[in-house]
Design a protein around this ligand. Structure first.
Ligand SMILES: Nc1ncnc2c1ncn2[C@@H]1O[C@H](COP(=O)(O)OP(=O)(O)OP(=O)(O)O)[C@@H](O)[C@H]1O
Length: 126
């Protein structure tokens, strides 16, 4: 069923807000710029290694989870700085926990990268 026009406009606007958020974070966060570079390198390597569909799916999930964790971390950092510019143990906890989410996503991506690309690299050396 087709939603009313106003609903479509709101949905399109929501996408716009979301892309604006990604762009704003990308411009301000050096970590995200590094992720962008790493994403391009990994995708290039994926084509070079001729990954299977399942391998691409794992790599895509790993890339997306690191981006998602980094974006949430950026949002929590901004909110924490707004709510508590002065030192507060809870503000520190919020930032540390958010950073922990990025760390776990990055470790997971590292494992996926090693398991997916490792055999291709080893096969290439034989
Ligand atoms: N308002 C605060 N109150 C208490 N501790 C804080 C506060 N702000 C930052 N911290 C502590 O300092 C650490 C670093 O905070 P900071 O805001 O510099 O983030 P960061 O990890 O350097 O991220 P980025 O480099 O992306 O800005 C936090 O993880 C937290 O432990």
């Amino acid at each position: 069923m087709r939603p009313p026009d106003g609903l479509w406009r709101r949905r399109v606007a929501s996408f716009g807000h979301a892309f604006r958020g990604v762009w704003a974070a990308l411009r301000s966060e050096v970590h995200l710029q590094f992720h962008a570079l790493a994403t391009v390198v990994v995708i290039g390597l994926g084509f070079y290694c001729n990954l299977t569909r399942l391998e691409w799916a794992l790599v895509a999930l790993a890339i997306a989870s690191v981006w998602a964790a980094e974006l949430v971390n950026t949002a929590i950092e901004a909110l924490t700085d707004l709510a508590s510019p002065a030192y507060h143990p809870l503000a520190g906890k919020a930032k540390d926990v958010a950073a922990g989410a990025v760390l776990l996503a990055a470790l997971g991506a590292l494992v996926v990268g090693a398991l997916v690309f490792g055999p291709h690299v080893l096969a290439g050396r034989q």
